[in-house]
Design a protein around this ligand. Structure first.
Ligand code: UYC
Length: 232
């Protein structure tokens, strides 16, 4: 790929998500020469709702060993890319940090805790949620959690991603589990060590929902009205 600035600019503004992600990877590998273009791109997109493309740019810049880039991020994106809206007064800033760093194991644990916070104080103490609590979850909060996961995973992870796969297999759980790597060769994937905690995982692998108490929790999550409008 070329690093001609005008070609890069047009490449970042047209084409498929996959080709944009590829171009960003190329710029990342090019080192310092790519950073100004990536910073320019992120600044221009600042007011729009972030996508996995901006998420990848943010992650590449975060990993950059350059004080200029770090100052830029601190000045314009000190909290990350997403304004984590909540109607339930839940704080998603640490979840954003973990996801931006691609610490997917800790982010997964924290996501389960956030679902408990959305449920009730009793759920926070018990550390798991009743399926019946889920229909009262705020759409805004579910959208925030989902957006955070999608933005910082190249669009691979998130409940809405899993839900689409579930619909694609006609809501057949036995077909979904192997597709998302939760069951392999007829065995449950063991938590945590057998799951894949990076982007080599299958699409929809994360976040996890423990199936020890059955499918009702994940079914209630996928059936929430948050996912039925076109905005998600
Ligand atoms: N675990 O196997 N899981 C736990 C998954 C099952 C079990 C946590 C996912 C099958 C036990 C998470 C899968 C099963 C614990 C997940 C999976 C089982 C536990 C931590 C593939 C046995 C200890 C959060 C579907 C055959 C805790 C939490 C306990 C924990 C996730 C066993 C995120 C996706 C049916 C014994 N498993 N889980 O919920 O509750 O505790 O006793 O799904």
């Amino acid at each position: 790929a070329s690093l001609n600035p005008d070609e890069v600019r047009s490449g970042l503004n047209s084409g498929t998500t996959a080709t944009k992600l590829q171009l960003i990877q190329t710029l990342a590998e090019a080192g310092d020469v790519g950073f100004p273009l990536l910073m320019e791109f992120l600044l221009e997109r600042q007011s729009a709702s972030p996508t996995p493309v901006e998420g990848k740019v943010y992650q590449v810049l975060s990993a950059a060993n350059s004080s200029e880039v770090q100052d830029f991020l601190k000045t314009h994106f000190s909290q990350g890319l997403v304004s984590p809206a909540s109607e339930a007064q839940v704080d998603y800033s640490h979840l954003q940090q973990l996801l931006a760093q691609q610490d997917f194991l800790e982010a997964d644990k924290l996501t389960l805790q956030k679902l408990c916070e959305l449920s009730s104080q009793a759920a926070v103490e018990r550390k798991w949620i009743y399926f019946s609590e889920i229909k009262r979850f705020s759409t805004t909060d579910l959208h925030t959690i989902d957006l955070l996961w999608r933005v910082y995973s190249e669009g691979k992870f998130g409940y809405s991603v899993q839900r689409k796969l579930w619909l694609g297999v006609g809501k057949n759980w036995e077909k979904l589990w192997p597709k998302i790597g939760w069951r392999q060769n007829g065995n449950w994937t063991r938590y945590p060590q057998e799951f894949t905690w990076d982007l080599t995982a299958p699409v929809g692998h994360l976040p996890l929902s423990n199936q020890l108490r059955g499918v009702r929790v994940i079914e209630a999550l996928f059936s929430h009205p948050a996912w039925s409008d076109s905005s998600s």
